[in-house]
Ligand binder design. Structure first.
Ligand SMILES: N[C@@H](CCC(=O)N[C@@H](CS)C(=O)NCC(=O)O)C(=O)O
Length: 218
């Protein structure tokens, strides 16, 4: 399998973390959707990442669909989403909030990085940030002992950690361990696992994207 997209893309990182956690071998092809459109297009016709090229040549896009597909590869005890019942509903609720937080963050960052300052719409940016912070409040209030679903890590933890770590880099004044102590602890716990530490975006990629300044020490 080949995973197309850089770790800077939280949706791609979500898939990369999942592949590592499920011990599924893959090749990482870190093409950037905005900066390397033609290279991405060779795999993903809509020039979107993440894209997962399967060994038989078929292509999957959309991180939610991809992680769902990957769960079908492993025995049910190893899956990152419960098969059904209340646990599945709870996990889906949390994944929904975490994905929405990342979506708002991505829109905020697109405004910041792609639109010249004179054309930015401050009320849009403020709205994205407000919605994202509300989502993180919901996630921070959820019990995680040590993971959201108890003793086993799930997609709820994966997407929450990915969204929280990305937001903490892009908006350190509002997204930090003082504001969201439980999420910071969750991220710290996750970073003990190679799946998360090996997929953390390189600070040089963050600088090149314009998301953080040269002297950022994250
Ligand atoms: N819902 C999609 C969102 C993917 C997405 O927004 N990818 C961004 C990079 S993080 C992208 O490829 N943007 C370029 C574009 O859509 O033209 C998913 O979960 O995979």
């Amino acid at each position: 399998m080949q995973l197309i997209g850089p770790w800077l893309s939280g949706y791609t990182r979500r898939v990369g973390v999942t592949l590592h956690l499920l011990n599924i071998p893959f090749e990482h092809v870190p093409y950037h959707a905005y900066q390397q459109r033609d290279r991405v297009r060779a795999f993903s016709p809509m020039m979107r990442v993440p894209a997962l090229q399967l060994d038989d040549g078929q292509l999957l896009i959309d991180s939610g669909a991809i992680v769902d597909y990957l769960d079908s590869f492993v025995p049910s005890a190893q899956r990152l989403m419960p098969d059904g019942g209340a646990a599945r509903v709870h996990a889906m609720q949390l994944v929904g909030y975490a994905t929405a937080c990342y979506d708002k963050l991505a829109r905020y960052c697109d405004e910041l990085m792609l639109r010249p300052e004179a054309y930015r719409l401050p009320h849009l940016q403020a709205g994205y940030e407000e919605q994202m912070l509300i989502g993180f409040d919901v996630l921070n209030a959820a019990r995680a002992e040590p993971w959201f679903l108890g003793s086993s890590i799930s997609q709820a933890d994966v997407m929450t950690v990915v969204a929280f770590q990305s937001a903490a880099v892009a908006m350190p004044r509002t997204v930090n361990s003082d504001a969201f102590p439980r999420l910071a602890a969750l991220a710290q716990r996750a970073m003990q696992m190679p799946a998360f530490s090996l997929t953390l975006p390189d600070v040089r990629d963050l600088q090149a994207s314009g998301l953080v300044s040269e002297d950022h020490r994250a």
